[in-house]
Design a protein around this ligand. Sequence first.
Ligand code: 9WN
Length: 432
Amino acid sequence: MAELRRLAVATLDANWEHDHTVPSRTLYPHQWSWDSAFIAIGSAHVRPDRAWRELHTLFAAQWADGRVPHIVFNPALRVGSYFPGPEFWGSVAVDGGPAAATSGIVQPPVHAQAAWLVHRRAPAEASREALRRLYPRLVAQQRYLTGRRDVGGAGLACIVHPWESGLDNSPAWDAPMDVVPADAAVMRAYRRHDTAHADAAHRPTDLDYARYVAIVDSYRAHSYRDDTLAGRHPFLVECPLFNAALGAAEHALARIATVVGADPGPHRERAARITEALVRRLYDPGTGTFRPRDLRTDRLVPARTVLGLMPLILPDLPARQVEAVLVEACSPRFGLASRMERPLPTHDRTAPDFEPLRYWRGPAWMNTSWLLWRGLLTHGRRDLAAGLRESMLELVATGGCHEYFHPDTRAGLGSAAFSWTASLLLDTLAEG
Ligand code: 9WN
């Protein structure tokens, strides 16, 4: 355990870049939104100053409308150090964009929960001050997502790009992506940076990338405006992970509000409304699963992925849905148990399109396991939480601080020194 802890701290230190942590020096050399939240949670155990710095730096790039961009670009890096880079997004030309160059899309709002966990780790005047600084920004982030992004008008936030889910090429997006017009040949005009640093067979395909580019092209052409998305935007989906994070953020904000002298009541009310909408819109009583809703067809997507287990992070998830998530998680599809044979995969192991090596289409990832682990603790399932924790530790003990892992052998895949694997390991170790 001491060895694992040392590896995690060394990984985070090596990825620290003056005011933020890069997810990976090779593959992702800028600052990413939900990575920074996960990184702050682990950094709090060893370098609390950096944990707060990480969050402040990210929120300094918040847009006037409240959106927190999914990438904040480091201007010191050479052009071409990541695709798609700042010139592709063109954020500096958009009204309401920050001074820093950023992307124009968001990622799951796990930041309020991160801020709360960082504070709870060592509550002191400095951390209360940090919460006072962040609170209005976190509230603005929620207002953006529950307001402008409620494209379906039913009380949930809609994602406008698979990158916004954080699980970019999950089989959950296959059905909505199939109808996005694109030609893989478009990618000849660009240079993918990821396949120069990772095995192309473990990454999204060129056709996936052609569609990613087409969706951004469409959003950017409308200056990243959200008011007329319905009817014109090629990808509009309500995601269970994203919306579970949205609800959990209101619970965290209620706690933060009591520390900073604000009223927790409205946060609790909003949290209850989000949970109710999530159950109403994304829970399918027929299969007992949560699945994303494609707003263009108004249907739940067919794939059963790890996204469907994420509503467990909501403390007010009704008992019936808690049980349903546990049945799905403990089934052969995901293999959760108090003694786990294999790590938690990101896709249904029994599905014909399960791919053990390709990114979010099967491999085990530390963040989805960590979210489920936190959810199990929230709902008092200590036996299953202990089993999952054991399996997460084994994963890193076998594969190192890799980005993702083979779901059978636990061999490390992707980047070899990945920040959130390291930081969430530190958090997992601390709760032993
Ligand atoms: C696109 C940084 C990010 C993570 C995402 C992960 C991957 C980017 C990419 O890396 O996405 O945002 O280039 O593939 O899918 O969850 O935040 O670690």
